[in-house]
Design a protein around this ligand. Structure first.
Ligand SMILES: Nc1ncnc2c1ncn2[C@@H]1O[C@H](COP(=O)(O)OP(=O)(O)OP(=O)(O)O)[C@@H](O)[C@H]1O
Length: 211
């Protein structure tokens, strides 16, 4: 079973060293919940784990190899949903989800993914007309797509922002299904879903001293 680890990670944003000496492991079926004050570096750690930025020190290791050896391969094993939704304002909800479906090589029905988050009545509406919670639902619908090669790691930045209780319950059940199938989740949250069991990693325990 491949392991995913961060070893002795340090992260620099601009001129500032944010955190250092940060280690994590994320095994099959596990969830790691990143907690910490605003600005402590939770989003920055998710970006490192996604291979979207490089650590100032340390390494991210998948199955004994640094992810930088083949970043394209790493990107294929990851779904990263950032803080901002990635919706294209001029495309309808269905077209937005279809974009992800094509990119991810999803099989099966788009309608099912839309239905999962109650998006069917909104499917033909351009994304620019959606409410904040509807935008979040449309973004999260990507997690409901049925992929022939499921992503092994979900990296989710504040996925519950603007999401109502029903939406949170749907997200929780998708996460549980993903984990039951051996998937891993790293999630930043100020308000972790109560039903989501997982280890907590306090990013602000690793803050670099402020000069
Ligand atoms: N491109 C950048 N250049 C310089 N500093 C940056 C850049 N991006 C982020 N930062 C800084 O890095 C720090 C950590 O940001 P990050 O978004 O990782 O924190 P966070 O823990 O996710 O915060 P929040 O809880 O507010 O979402 C912040 O002080 C932020 O201003």
């Amino acid at each position: 079973m491949p392991s995913f680890e961060g070893r002795e990670l340090a992260c620099q944003r601009g001129e500032r060293l944010l955190f250092h000496h940060l280690d994590f492991t994320l095994d099959e079926g596990e969830a790691l919940i990143l907690v910490g004050a605003n600005g402590s570096g939770k989003s920055s750690l998710l970006r490192l784990a996604a291979g979207l930025s490089r650590p100032a020190a340390g390494a991210l290791i998948w199955d004994g190899r640094e992810i930088t050896r083949d970043l394209d391969l790493h990107h294929r094993r990851v779904i990263y949903l950032g803080h901002a939704d990635g919706l294209k304002a001029g495309l309808t909800v269905r077209e937005n989800v279809k974009f992800w479906s094509d990119l991810d090589g999803a099989r099966g029905s788009l309608d099912e993914a839309l239905q999962t988050f109650d998006l069917t009545p909104l499917a033909d509406l351009p994304a620019r007309f959606l409410s904040a919670g509807q935008r979040r639902r449309a973004t999260l619908a990507r997690l409901a797509l049925d992929r022939s090669q499921p992503a092994q790691i979900w990296l989710l930045d504040e996925p519950t922002t603007a999401l109502d209780r029903d939406g949170q319950a749907v997200l929780s059940s998708l996460i549980q299904r993903h984990r039951s199938a051996g998937g891993r989740v790293m999630l930043a949250s100020h308000d972790p879903l109560p039903e989501l069991l997982g280890r907590r990693l306090r990013v602000d325990d690793h803050l670099a001293a402020v000069a």
